[in-house]
Write a protein that binds this ligand. Sequence first.
Ligand code: SF4
Length: 475
Amino acid sequence: MNAAAPLHFVDPRRFKASTQAAVADAHLRASFRQAMDFLQQRRAVHFGDRAGFEALRATGEAIRRHALANLPELLERLETNLVARGVQVHWARDAAEANAVFLAIARAAGATLMAKGKSMVSEEIELNHRMAEEGIECVETDMGEYIVQLAGERPSHIIMPAIHKTRQQIGRLFAEKLPATGYTEDVDELIAIGRRVLREQFRDAPIGVSGVNFMIAETGTLALVENEGNGRMCTTVPEVHVAITGIEKVIEKLEHLFPLYALLTRSATGQAVSTYLNLITGPRREGELDGPRELHLVLLDNGRSQAFREAAFRPTLQCIRCGACMNHCPVYARIGGLAYGTTYPGPIGSIVSPHLLGLEPTQDLPTASSLCGACAEVCPVGIPIPELLVQLRRAAKHEPDPGHGPLAGQGSAKDWREALAWKAWAWLNERPRLYRPAVALARRLRGLAPRNQGGWTAHRTPLRLAAKGLRERLR
Ligand code: SF4
């Protein structure tokens, strides 16, 4: 099978243009609305008891905060315990270093094929694309990821990568790309086709790649949550298993795993438990029948230590990648995930991407929110997403405050005209005798202002026009 390398189009600079195209696509809007409604209902079934949810969330938040407060020490403990169990640990400062580790492992194993389980961190480093440049094929084995890979696209949701595709589109894609496959739009048949093709990859691939949901420092355990069983195949069938994750995924104790697991599955897919929970503690041992001969863990920083360094941004790292904030975001539900132009879309993407990619290319993302607070309301680990969005907006426009290190790209959205206008406004505000006549004059001159003033008015309906439209519709 020749799966095409994914298109290299991570580019949040195109966010506004992509958003306009997405909003104009009625079909896309309708299918996302439907999918988000479905996921919201599934989650609501498990969190109907508000007090129960709050209690579990408080536990989850405390566990994640505790882990982050002790991050350097926990990472060292994790490494010690993993190494004691025969795991080879690799630290990667950025995507280039992480890809170099994968390449070295593939070269040593003489591998030209990797069977990949679902891993957003591998998307973040563009593993498939980079390995393809070196003649190594990475085949996605998660069904949603496999579909977007065949289509030459990127995931539009961190939990459900192909949520933007209809079964008819998938039927046509399979018929076109998979030899000897006729068109069908029957979901069970489509899944059976995918399984048949992917089973061969597990058999042939010398290297299996997976993500990691949680790393337990005290036991040196890697926890992997999944529903399809492909994660278990990737981590047990190939001779070499390479896991990759961000440094923030560490927790201290095994008992900390279960509240987070309960929050993750309920928030992500509305399940009380997932079909599989894999707890991996080292490669195959003497006398064992299965499991990889070699097990590697790649720990990626890629901007996370910047968020860790600044106390104000540290809660960003509490995230357990459940996707609930996306499912409840009115902006994401309308434009879908691809418009963001980043690996992580939606509210979580808007707070994490500025650390991964810098504020210069991502400066529009924190503004893609009405600050309605729906994301924070459902976040299972209590991340104050709207507050973080506001702080990032400020950081994009201003130099760092004294005592704070600059974020990458800090101040890149600074506009001297805007800064001057605010300075003038502040100056006027401190002088009531001048302020009142100035406001009266401005009110008189308001009619001369152009209706479309660029900036945000180019993308929103002015309030008085929206109110007029509403009145007319209500008549
Ligand atoms: S920010 Fe919260 S709701 Fe969003 S993906 Fe992360 S844990 Fe889930």
